[in-house]
Design a protein around this ligand. Structure first.
Ligand code: ADP
Ligand code: MG
Length: 200
């Protein structure tokens, strides 16, 4: 079973991801993330840092996803493991919709086409929803020079996440990311246990 954690920067994904690994220790989960800790993942981070061409950046993200599936996700699922990924396919569907806007006519269709036929759709996606202002506060980016642009980007990303939910509501569990971490952990781990029991 493949579980992914999504949400805007500062929504609490990594905090939950780490805690879920412990809370679901009885499943011996494989804990993983995108972009990965590989040279392709490094290339993605470099592309972001050096503000590479958006299409080049998007394709590096996709390359990272392909390597992640081959090296970690597929083998772990084949062995029957629970896999929990901090960010996955939806992160590209929403962030690259913003970065490719005005460069590619219909970025979401393009992104879907690029992934089609080889990716693995998650069984469950936990989406942490927090107001953009809270997320910016948490990541310390409030009041910075790029604050207004960042706020605009995150608002769009949040909206695109919600559109993905509308298209496939049964895949998602939305959790209010402003709740205390223990509360979020409880709701998330119960959602995973429930979905797991359902799939057996
Ligand atoms: P993400 O991985 O989504 O960017 P993080 O898990 O790194 O988010 O969390 C961003 C910041 O917010 C961290 O400083 C973290 O300690 C804090 N944080 C995470 N979850 C919560 C929560 N539920 N309530 C308050 N603060 C939180
Ligand atoms: Mg994180």
């Amino acid at each position: 079973m493949l579980v992914t954690i999504e949400g805007i920067d500062g929504s609490g994904k990594s905090t939950l991801h780490q805690a879920l690994g412990t809370a679901l220790a009885d499943f011996s989960p494989v804990i993983t993330r995108e972009p990965g800790s590989t040279w392709i993942g490094d290339a993605v981070r470099r592309a972001i840092r050096e503000q590479a061409d958006p299409v080049a950046e998007a394709l590096l993200f996709v390359a990272d996803h392909a390597a992640h599936l081959r090296e970690i996700v597929r083998p772990a699922l084949a062995e029957g493991h629970l896999v929990i990924s901090d960010r996955y396919i939806d992160s590209r569907y929403v962030y690259q919709q913003v970065t490719l806007d005005g460069i590619i006519p219909d970025p979401l269709s393009w992104l879907r086409a690029v992934h089609s036929g080889w990716t693995i759709i998650p069984d469950l996606t936990i989406l942490l929803a927090v107001p953009v202002a809270v997320a910016l506060e948490r990541t310390g980016k409030r009041g910075e020079g790029e604050h207004f642009e960042q706020e605009h980007v995150l608002s769009r990303v949040q909206e695109y996440y919600m559109r993905l939910v509308e298209e496939d509501p049964s895949r998602f569990v939305i959790i209010d990311g402003t709740l205390p971490p223990e509360h979020i952990l409880r709701v998330a781990s119960e959602a995973v246990r429930f979905r797991h029991a359902e799939q057996r």
